[in-house]
Design a protein around this ligand. Structure first.
Ligand code: ADP
Ligand code: MG
Length: 257
């Protein structure tokens, strides 16, 4: 385990709450020579405990790369990505997958549920696959209630609406009590009503359960549900704001593009 140096005086860093995830001078380059693309360029940022952060920017600006490198799904070219005090770049692939399973949750636009398993079985799958973990039935009941799927737990995915399936995926990400949930465009495939519901469930998870969430999105409405929005442009972290409104975010996007 590598203890991070104190970078609290750097831009993007913060001191008043503990950082559950942190990038320090993080750079990711794909390809070499003329074909090289620097998708993330010297990014330093803290993601704080109990906060809901949106990562915004135009298509191709490096949002997914930031999320993938921060969460250990991909490796940086240089710099550091910490989860808690652990520098993920020092871990082997196997150690990384253990860290991801034990401390992180993921929600993607395509959230595959297992068709032959009930909603309950889909939610508990990550815990069931971990021989060291047991399902906390009380927490499952609380999550199902917060997400409004308490009467749907014995249904198969095919018996659920799209929004209910997405909420099952949220519960599945939350059930191992991850230190942080990373979501990449979780509303990208949803209609505006379902999208609004999902965002309010994520908001509730933060407010009522203290969940930390980092959500990549290009949707200003989605970002307005967050405590903080950070803007990425051409691989650089260019700005951030707290408690953004839809208009704030739209203005900023216009300025950036
Ligand atoms: P965003 O999520 O903001 O749309 P990405 O992080 O996916 O942006 O991509 C940022 C840049 O990196 C883009 O120019 C993209 O083409 C490039 N990129 C992303 N992944 C790869 C990859 N695996 N190989 C080569 N280039 C990539
Ligand atoms: Mg992306």
């Amino acid at each position: 385990m590598t203890v991070p140096e104190d970078h609290s005086t750097e831009p993007g860093a913060s001191t008043d709450r503990s950082a559950v995830a942190r990038l320090v001078h993080a750079t990711k380059t794909f390809g070499t020579g003329d074909a090289a693309v620097t998708a993330l360029n010297d990014a330093t940022i803290d993601f704080l405990e109990g906060e809901f952060t949106a990562v915004m920017g135009p298509s191709g600006s490096g949002k997914s790369t930031l999320m993938y490198c921060q969460s250990g799904l991909d490796r940086l070219t240089s710099g550091h990505a910490y989860i808690g005090d652990v520098d993920v770049s020092t871990l082997t692939d196997q150690e990384l997958s253990v860290l991801r399973r034990s401390t992180l949750g993921f929600i993607f636009q395509s959230f595959h549920l297992v068709p032959a398993l009930s909603a309950r079985e889909n939610i508990t799958l990550p815990v069931d696959l971990d021989s060291d973990a047991v399902v906390d039935d009380a927490f499952l009941a609380e999550l199902a209630s917060v997400l409004g799927i308490e009467h749907r737990l014995e249904n198969l995915p095919s018996q659920l609406s799209g929004g209910q399936r997405q909420r099952v995926a949220v519960a599945r990400a939350m059930i191992p009590r991850p230190d942080v949930i990373f979501a990449d465009e979780p509303t990208g495939a949803l209609d505006s009503k379902t999208s609004g519901e999902l965002l309010s469930y994520l908001r509730t998870a933060v407010d009522d359960l203290g969940q930390t969430i980092v959500m990549v999105t290009h949707d200003a409405v989605a970002a307005s549900h967050c405590d903080r929005v950070v803007y990425v442009q051409d691989g650089f972290l260019v700005d951030e704001a707290r408690n953004p409104t839809v208009d704030d975010v739209l203005d900023k996007i216009r300025e950036l593009s």
